[in-house]
Design a protein around this ligand. Structure first.
Ligand SMILES: Nc1nc2c(c(=O)[nH]1)N[C@H]1C(S)=C(S)[C@@H](COP(=O)(O)O)O[C@H]1N2
Ligand SMILES: [Mo]
Length: 567
């Protein structure tokens, strides 16, 4: 019924709707390709799934300004934005290929082949890729091509002889003419499939019912397969597929008890311990590595080290496990930002492990000044050997907040070094430790414009009131956190409307390696707009600078300010 109606309205309905249907066919085919690749990626490894592989390659390739922009603009949702962008680009390409392949079937093969090639190269370029990594891309490309053929067969070829110019519209119609000639040159190659598809005859090429059925079925099967593959992969990932059962051991050296009064428990103020599920996550991994602890090993080697390989059991069974409270901070954290978190870690003291392998720090004549950590996903992080061995609690962490590390935070083993930004100290999914020099090797972020060394800069943050909040007149509780890991916070001051700095009250100090809460009772707040600013001073007397610096190359500086309206 609707067909007759439209046929009355439209001059060339089968051609027009056929064109749109071919584009839809392209989309469905691309979806089928992605789904097939997701299924193939279950045995091969999630990093080889096309979106993950291409996204990973994009992340590694983007220049620093763009990356910084992405982090500033999208924060930790930058990965979702990247995925969305890739899907949008793929969708446009797939629709164009589908529409073009209706007239020139070879375009379908070329398009699917090109997309599969991009995905295959990206998958092979991933650091943890084996040769099988090309399989998802190849299977995906083949599936996309077959589905496209099937759907275009139902669409049928455009009725070329009947109404060539009307189908594509005025200007584009003329544009289509030369391409029609070009395709005429390719006649032998495409004539056969086109002829076969046109079996029903050019005039009645578009079998709408058949197309809708086929496209719907293909889309449904694809969605189901992809969802099933993802669900299966995530279920067998963390925990379930572990070939080794273990309980987090008791540390030989427990954490210092947190004093009463280290957590002021003020509404809106970050709690002293960041709950694991709220802990910020920063990494380049589009697919979180899922590592089987039973098969995991850590290789230690390099200049001045006796090579050693540790299993997870080796680390669990050590008699010197230590539990420590350490605040991690990301170098990308903007002033006032949330890329800092405090957790209780359990792990192997890294300095002891290095000593056992014969490693000496540079100050004792050791030949290596850089400890390069590598992860299963190819990250490299360079840490000063001197810092790791100067007595601070550098850990190979196995546990976070009383549980094994979550996959997102580096299961089964990550590094944690108090006082250094995460990009130079906190390698997740750790697989290798190499002793080398800063001269000999640049870790991942260094050629991307970040400093090779990244000690954490003293910072302070106002958590409450929030920027833009309104408060009642009279007393306002201003509270936040300040950090200068491994040195400690000696003082925090608050300033109202650029007036004199006034001392805030510090919470009890847990350790110098953790952040410290503070509170300031702002009395007699007058109605109107006000600007609150905060600054910290380290335990050894360094005052936080007012000079504003962006996160790159070695950490943001400046005072955190919030605007509040007192009513
Ligand atoms: N393998 C790997 N480890 C990594 C990173 C990464 O991208 N890959 N990012 C580092 C950075 S920049 C930071 S700030 C910390 C963040 O650790 P979190 O995600 O557990 O908070 O991990 C570090 N370790
Ligand atoms: Mo970071």
């Amino acid at each position: 019924m609707s067909e007759t109606k439209q046929q009355n309205r439209e001059p060339a309905p089968s051609v027009r709707r056929g064109g749109a249907a071919a584009a839809v066919g392209g989309l469905v085919a691309a979806g089928a390709g992605l789904a097939a690749a997701e299924v193939a990626a279950v045995p091969v490894g999630p990093a080889a799934a096309p979106l993950t592989a291409v996204g990973g390659a994009v992340i590694d390739l983007v220049p620093r300004p763009l990356k910084e922009f992405a982090v500033q603009a999208f924060g930790t949702t930058d990965k979702a934005v990247l995925l969305g962008g890739m899907i949008a680009v793929l969708a446009v390409a797939a629709a164009l290929v589908g529409a073009a392949a209706r007239r020139r079937p070879w375009v379908g093969g070329a398009g699917a082949g090109a997309l599969a090639a991009v995905a295959a190269v990206a998958a092979l370029s991933r650091p943890d890729a084996g040769p099988l990594a090309v399989l998802p891309a190849l299977l995906g490309g083949a599936a996309a091509y077959l589905v496209l053929r099937l759907l275009l067969h139902a669409v049928g070829p455009p009725a070329r002889s009947a109404e060539p110019e009307r189908g594509a519209g005025g200007t584009r119609g003329t544009g289509a003419e030369p391409t029609g000639e070009e395709s005429g040159g390719e006649e032998p190659a495409e004539a056969e499939p086109a002829g076969a598809a046109a079996g029903a005859g050019p005039g009645e090429g578009f079998d709408r019912r058949r197309f809708v059925l086929l496209a719907g079925a293909a889309a449904a099967v694809s969605a189901g397969a992809a969802a099933g593959a993802r669900a299966y992969a995530s279920r067998t990932g963390a925990g379930a597929e572990q070939s080794m059962r273990f309980a987090l051991p008791r540390p030989a050296s427990p954490a210092r008890p947190v004093p009463d009064g280290a957590d002021l428990e003020i509404a809106g103020l970050a709690p002293f311990f960041t709950p694991t599920e709220d802990f910020y996550r920063i990494d380049t991994a589009l697919a979180v590595p899922r590592i089987d602890a039973g098969r995991w090993s850590l290789r230690l080697h390099g200049a001045g080290a006796r090579e050693r390989v540790f299993t997870f059991r080796d680390l669990l069974d050590r008699s010197d496990l230590a539990e420590r409270d350490i605040t991690l901070t990301c170098v990308s954290n903007p002033v006032g930002g949330s890329y800092a978190g405090n957790a209780r870690w359990i792990g192997v003291p890294l300095a002891a492990l290095l000593r056992e392998a014969g490693v000496r720090p540079p100050s004792e004549g050791g030949p290596a000044d850089q400890l390069v950590s590598r992860s299963s996903d190819g990250m490299t992080i360079g840490t000063p050997v001197e810092d790791v061995m100067d007595g601070r609690d550098a850990l190979l962490a196995l546990g976070m907040n009383g549980r094994p590390l979550p996959a997102e935070h580096g299961f089964p083993v990550r590094m944690v070094v108090p006082g250094l930004y995460g990009y130079v100290s906190a390698c997740k999914w750790l697989t290798e430790l190499e002793l080398t020099t800063f001269d000999a090797f640049d870790a991942y972020w260094v050629p991307r414009g970040w400093s090779a060394r990244g000690p954490i800069k003293v910072q302070s943050r106002i958590d409450t009131p929030r920027d833009g909040a309104s408060a009642g007149p009279g007393g306002v509780t201003v509270a936040g956190v300040a950090w200068a890991q491994h040195t400690g916070i000696g003082r925090v001051e608050v300033r109202v409307d650029g007036g004199a700095w006034r001392e805030a009250r510090l919470a009890e100090e847990a350790t110098a390696d953790t952040w410290r809460q503070w509170v300031f009772d702002w009395e007699g707040a007058e109605p109107g707009e006000h600007v609150l600013a905060v600054r910290a001073t380290t335990a050894d007397g360094r005052v936080q600078t007012a000079r504003e610096a962006p996160p790159a190359p070695d950490g943001a500086t400046g005072h955190h300010e919030v605007r509040v309206t007192v009513a």
